[in-house]
Ligand binder design. Structure first.
Ligand code: HDD
Length: 702
């Protein structure tokens, strides 16, 4: 019987800290300097102490290297094998540990152990990701974000492998390889990387009307989130909850960030990718390391067969959502991320999410996308992690007791003990047995149908919810959608593909179609494609679908960029720093030199960024606090002028202290508006930070 007690854990010798330790440097045998110290002795993987980590074993100082050098051979062979295949999708991701706590007793709905009592807690691991880009691609690609949650419950691991968008591009898993091939780099030229703005993607999409709803989401600012911390997550599919009496209800899962929703705007995304390609992972790392633990509420939409039958769309169709106004989201738990990984590869890279990992009390539905996923995830982990024993890797192993007869295979780490490795057997130490009371039981749904390659009738409505989504957006958000489609299609070389895509838009919204046609320079809006099914009229708009209607209510978790120069007023600087911290935000100092600045009062303030490494796109709001000498110096620096001009162009709130207005003027901001706020006295700092909770001065962008 396998058990969980002998999981391999490497010793954590090195901790992530910024502490510097000066170790003694001595000369090695061959005259090469190397470090000695009071840490552990370097060993081979076999544990043999190493004497020299600088020189291979040689026949003579200038002679050939000897094969006999087992330390050299081990070191190089291991290095040569460091890479494993990256995920075929969602290759770039970032994970963190935390916990999930049930805030409701849901025993009436599900027998899931986790929900049998309010307050039950289980460890959790979450991996956020982009979809299309390779592992080393940029964080702020326009893309869907993966939101995969592993809950280590007492009755097994439960993986909710979701996205930050509640619907999907396709309805049937059969089309997934085509979708992904189309969005990834073209096979003949190996570009573009981490982008959907190219012919292959839009060629495919324009031929797949079922993708139109998701396309509206992907072209909205949902696809360029400000941070993983400020985005929602969705289980997407309809699942089942099954209670102890065997009664089943349908359920959809939602993760709602306590931090509120926030996205960047496209021009920022493009620039952030250059300034800090790791923007999202750095943000999560910093927040957790600062003790500002991101938190999401788990919400469920629970509904029965009667609702499903009356709903104008098929609840098994992953291209459709159920508006919160139709079935309210009930908050039943909280997810808190409070610990970064010890090692990225061991945890974030090797974590293996599988949609088929569910627990008693939770069940699948016949959603054809979900059913296909249940095959794909297990299959992909075997390839990616090298064999069936990926569940032995600590990050994937259950944290509850587990007992089974699976054995052997590459890297088997906890094979069954004893003689019995089959069942039934009659040995006294005969190992585990199935338990019909505790075990997972599929909901005994009555199924009757012809064996055919078909889809449900209602799946054919591809435009109604796309329209509902578009209509639920604020004007600014609608403009962003139109601009995004124009941007993307402007990168498409084949005019026929552009037009074929635009011909879907009148079925969603005539003004949107016109705006996109104009933006592309088309003479007119092409004739609309004929819908396969007449769209449903009069769907009510849903505020839950808009980011701007669900923004933050404070500056907590946000970052203020302070552009400073020598000779500034100490009082205002201190007041601003305090106001941001009191609001739960972070400050970062940007200065002409990384060595920092000296205030009028003689205080040395270190900088976190030199001006050209800290453009304003990296901050939620900025303060320009400079002396008049400082303003003169900065006004001659392109990076400083761009800092100010971009902050203004991106609708940011700009606090202006000292001679800051001079820099704004030099940057071409001649007519400051209500979002450019003079900081005349120290008490202005607090009001400014309160104002910044609105994230942007939207009037400037309208
Ligand atoms: Fe998938 C990874 C989310 C459809 C096949 N998917 C993957 C990850 C997320 C999603 C978040 C990354 C997990 C991690 O961080 O390791 N995928 C979704 C959602 C979908 C979806 C929300 C639609 C509702 N996926 C989907 C389909 C298929 C796959 C239809 C195949 C039929 N997905 C995979 C995969 C991946 C994966 C190939 C690649 C790496 C991995 O599984 O672990 O199996």
């Amino acid at each position: 019987m396998a058990d969980q007690t002998n999981l391999y854990r490497p010793s954590a010798d090195t901790q992530s800290s910024n502490e510097i330790k000066d170790r003694k440097v001595v000369s090695g045998d061959g005259g090469e300097p190397h470090q000695v110290g009071d840490g552990p002795v370097l060993t081979t993987s076999q544990g043999a102490p190493v004497a020299d980590n600088q020189n291979t074993l040689r026949a003579g100082a200038r002679g050939p290297a000897l094969m006999e050098d087992f330390h050299f051979r081990e070191k190089i062979f291991h290095f040569d094998h460091e890479r494993i295949p990256e995920r075929v999708v969602h290759a770039r991701g970032y994970g963190a540990h935390g916990y999930f706590e049930a805030t409701e007793d849901l025993s009436d709905l599900t027998s899931a152990h986790l929900f049998q009592e309010k307050g039950r807690r289980v460890p959790a691991f979450v991996r956020f990701s982009t979809v299309a880009g390779n592992k080393g691609s940029v964080d702020l690609a326009r893309d869907v974000r993966g939101f995969a949650v592993k809950l280590y419950t007492e009755e097994g691991n439960w993986d909710i492998v979701g996205n930050n968008i509640p619907v999907f591009f396709i309805q049937d898993a059969m089309k997934f390889p085509d979708l992904i091939h189309s969005v990834k780099e073209a096979p003949d030229r190996a570009f573009p990387q981490a982008q959907s703005a190219h012919d292959n993607f839009w060629d495919f999409i324009s031929l797949m009307p079922e993708s139109m709803h998701m396309v509206m989401w992907a072209m909205s600012d949902r696809a360029i989130p400000r941070s993983f911390r400020f985005m929602e997550g969705f289980g997407v599919h309809t699942f089942r909850f099954v209670n102890a009496a065997g009664k089943s209800q349908f359920v959809k899962f939602h993760w709602k960030p306590k931090q509120g929703l926030q996205s960047v705007i496209w021009d920022e995304a493009v620039k952030i990718n250059g300034a800090d390609p790791d923007f999202h992972r750095r943000d999560l790392w910093n927040a957790i390391q600062n003790g500002d633990f991101p938190e999401w509420e788990l919400g469920v939409q629970v509904f029965d067969d009667a609702f499903a039958d009356s709903f104008p769309f098929d609840v098994l169709d992953a291209t459709k959502l159920i508006p919160e106004e139709d079935v309210p989201v009930r908050i039943v738990g909280r997810l808190v991320l409070d610990r970064v990984v010890d090692n990225f590869f061991a945890e974030t890279e090797q974590v293996a999410f599988c949609t088929q990992n569910i627990v008693p009390g939770v069940d699948f539905t016949n959603d054809p996308l979900l059913q296909g996923r249940n095959f794909s995830y297990l299959d992909t982990q075997i390839k990616r992690l090298g064999g069936p024993n990926f569940t032995h890797i600590p990050i994937n192993a259950p944290k509850c007791p587990f007992h089974h007869f699976q054995q052997d295979g590459h890297m088997a780490m906890h094979n069954p003990k004893g003689r019995a490795n089959y069942e039934p057997n009659s040995w006294s130490e005969g190992g585990p047995r199935a338990d019909p009371d505790r075990g997972h039981k599929s909901f005994p749904e009555q199924i009757d149908g012809e064996k055919r390659k078909v889809r449900g009738e209602l799946f054919a409505d591809h435009y109604s919810q796309a329209r509902q989504f578009y209509n639920s957006q604020t004007k600014i958000e609608q403009d962003h959608i139109a601009n995004a489609i124009v941007f993307e299609l402007s990168k498409v070389e084949a005019p026929q593909i552009r037009e074929r895509l635009v011909a879907h838009l009148p079925n969603i919204d005539k003004d949107l179609a016109k705006a996109v046609a104009d933006g592309l320079g088309l003479k007119s809006v092409p004739k609309a494609h004929k819908p396969a099914r007449t769209p449903v009229d009069g769907l009510k708009t849903s505020d839950a679908l808009s980011i701007l209607k669900n923004g933050p209510d404070s500056f907590a978790g946000r970052k203020m960029g302070l552009l400073l120069s020598d000779g500034i007023d100490d009082g205002l600087l201190d007041a601003m720093t305090k106001a941001v911290k009191d609001a739960g935000g972070m400050v970062e100092v940007i200065a002409p030199k990384i060595g920092g600045i000296v205030t009028a009062g003689g205080k040395e303030v270190p900088a976190q960024q030199k001006i050209d490494g800290g453009p304003s796109v990296l901050y939620d709001a900025v303060v320009i606090l400079v002396s008049s000498d400082g303003a003169k110096v900065l006004s001659k620096m392109h990076a400083a002028k761009t800092f100010a001009a971009d902050a203004f162009a991106h609708g940011k709130f700009i606090g202006v202290g000292g001679a800051g207005a001079e820099l704004l003027k030099a940057a071409g901001v001649d007519s400051p508006d209500g979002g450019v706020i003079a900081l005349d006295k120290n008490t202005d700092a607090k009001d400014f930070v309160t104002t910044c909770a609105k994230v942007r001065f939207w009037d400037r962008l309208a």
